[in-house]
Design a protein around this ligand. Structure first.
Ligand code: PLP
Length: 403
C-alpha cells in the first residue's frame, strides 16, 4: 500500500510489539537531559523497585539496558556461563530454538530436549535428564515460559519442582519475553535464577530495553572468565545501577516510558492485568472454535493468554491470510515461523487491549480468511467472542454489584 493513504488506525495484532498507550507515548516525549545529574536517580531508582513487583521478587536484582529480548538472552547466558558449560533447553518453537542456537554460538554445550511444537516444556523429562546427570555437569536449564511462535505457555513452577526433585543445583533460566507483565510470573516462588524480558510486549513500550532479573545464586555465577562480553557485562551495570546511573548513555525516553507503563500497570493492578489477558484470550479461543479451526497449542493446559496461533486448513497458506489482512483491512497479524511457516497465523492479544479492539482483529481475520477461500462463516468468530466477553462482563457486573 506504499503511497496510498490508509485512514484510521493500523490494527496491530502481532504478539509484540504491542500498542503503546497514548499516556506512554506522551511520557516518552521528553527533552534529553544529563544522565549524570544529581536528579537522575530520582527517575531510575524507583523504576528498579517497581520492576521487582512485576517479576514478583523481593531480593532479585533487576538490570535494565538498551537491547531487545535477544540481547537479554545473551546477557543472561554470557555473564553466568563459560564456554563448554552444559545447558539443557526444551525446544518446542522458534524462540526456544533461537535461544538454544544463541547459546551454541557462545560455545555452550547445548542439550536440546525436543518437544512437539504445540506442547511445551516437559518437567518429567527434565527431571529424568537431571537425575541422570550425576556429576552435575548441567549448569543451566533454559525454559521459554510463553513460546510466542506457537501460543504455548509452559508450567515453570513444575520445572522448578523437577529441579528440586532431582536435587540438582543447575540455574533456572526463564524467557518471559511474551509473558512478563501479561501472564502471572513468580520469580521468587518458582525459584527462577535468571528471568528475561523486553520492553515491547506486556510492558507496552517500543522495543529497545532488555530486562533481566537475577537471583543471588545467578549473581554469584557472574565471573570474569565466563563467556566474553563487554557492553553486556552485568557486573558493570549492577555497580552503576546501585546509585541510579548507567555505565553508558541510557535510553532516556524509554525509561520515562517505562515509568509511565509501570504506573499504568499499577493502576489496573497486576492481578487484574492477568485476569484481563485471560478473559481476552478466552474470546480469541471462542472465535477459533466457532470457525471450526484448531489452535497450534495441542491441549488447554498449553493455551497462552497472550497469543493464539491458529492453524489454517490444509491446502491454504497462513501467509496469504496475513497479507490480505494487512493490505485490505490494515490489520497486522503474526506470521507462522520456521516449522509452522504458512501453516498458521497468530493473533497477539497482549498489552494495552480491550474487548472491542480484539473483536476488530477477529472480524478482520474472518474477512481475510474468507477472501483467501477459507470457508468460515462471517460473524461466527465475532459472535462467539462477543458471547464470551458478555459472559465475562456479566460476572464482573455481578461482582461489582455485590461489593
Ligand atoms: N523470546 C520470545 C518468547 C519472543 O517472543 C521474542 C520475540 O518475539 C524473543 C525472545 C526475542 O526478542 P526480541 O525480538 O525483542 O529480540
Amino acid at each position: 500500500m506504499s503511497g496510498a493513504r490508509r485512514p484510521g488506525r493500523n490494527h496491530l495484532f502481532v504478539p509484540g510489539p504491542t500498542n503503546v498507550p497514548d499516556r506512554v507515548l506522551r511520557a516518552m516525549h521528553v527533552p534529553m537531559e544529563d544522565h549524570r545529574s544529581s536528579d537522575f536517580p530520582k527517575l531510575t531508582l524507583p523504576i528498579y523497585e517497581r520492576m521487582k513487583k512485576i517479576f514478583k521478587t523481593k531480593d532479585g536484582q533487576v538490570i535494565i539496558f538498551p537491547s531487545s529480548g535477544t540481547g537479554a538472552w545473551e546477557a543472561a547466558l554470557t555473564n553466568t556461563r563459560a564456554p563448554g558449560d552444559k545447558v539443557l533447553i526444551a525446544r518446542f518453537g522458534q524462540f526456544s530454538h533461537l535461544w538454544g542456537e544463541l547459546a551454541k554460538r557462545h560455545g555452550l554445550d547445548v542439550i536440546v530436549q525436543e518437544e512437539e511444537w504445540g506442547t511445551g516444556a516437559n518437567p518429567d523429562r527434565i527431571e529424568e535428564a537431571l537425575r541422570a546427570d550425576k556429576n552435575h555437569e548441567i549448569k543451566g536449564v533454559l525454559v521459554v515460559h510463553n513460546e510466542t511462535a506457537t501460543g504455548v505457555t509452559s508450567d515453570v513452577a513444575a520445572v522448578r519442582r523437577a529441579l528440586d526433585a532431582a536435587k540438582h543445583p543447575s540455574l533456572l533460566y526463564v524467557d518471559g519475553v511474551s509473558s512478563i507483565g501479561s501472564i502471572d510470573f513468580r520469580f521468587d516462588e518458582w525459584g527462577v535464577d535468571l528471568a528475561i524480558t523486553g520492553s515491547q510486549k506486556g510492558l507496552m513500550l517500543p522495543a529497545g530495553l532488555g530486562i533481566v532479573c537475577a537471583s543471588k545464586k545467578a549473581i554469584a555465577a557472574i565471573k570474569d572468565d565466563n563467556c566474553r562480553r563487554a557492553y553486556f557485562d552485568l557486573n558493570d551495570q549492577i555497580k552503576a545501577n546501585a546509585t541510579g546511573y548507567f555505565p553508558y548513555t541510557p535510553a532516556l525516553p524509554l525509561l520515562y516510558g517505562l515509568r509511565e507503563a509501570l504506573e499504568i500497570l499499577d493502576e489496573e493492578g497486576l492481578e487484574n492485568v492477568f485476569a484481563r489477558h485471560h478473559h481476552l484470550a478466552g474470546g480469541a479461543r471462542a472465535a477459533v472454535g466457532a470457525w471450526g479451526l484448531k489452535l497450534c497449542a495441542k491441549a488447554p493446559k498449553w493455551h497462552s493468554d497472550t497469543v493464539s496461533a491458529i492453524m489454517v486448513p490444509a491446502g491454504f497458506n497462513g501467509a496469504d491470510v496475513i497479507d490480505v489482512a494487512y493490505k485490505r483491512y490494515n490489520l497486522a497479524l503474526g506470521a507462522g515461523l520456521s516449522q509452522v511457516a504458512g501453516k498458521l497465523f497468530r493473533i497477539g492479544h497482549l498489552g494495552d487491549l480491550n474487548e472491542l479492539m480484539l473483536l476488530g482483529a477477529i472480524a478482520g481475520a474472518e474477512m481475510a480468511m474468507r477472501d483467501t477461500g477459507i470457508e468460515v462463516e462471517l460473524g461466527s468468530g465475532v459472535g462467539a467472542a462477543q458471547e464470551h466477553f458478555r459472559g465475562g462482563m456479566q460476572a464482573k457486573v455481578k461482582q461489582v454489584a455485590a461489593e
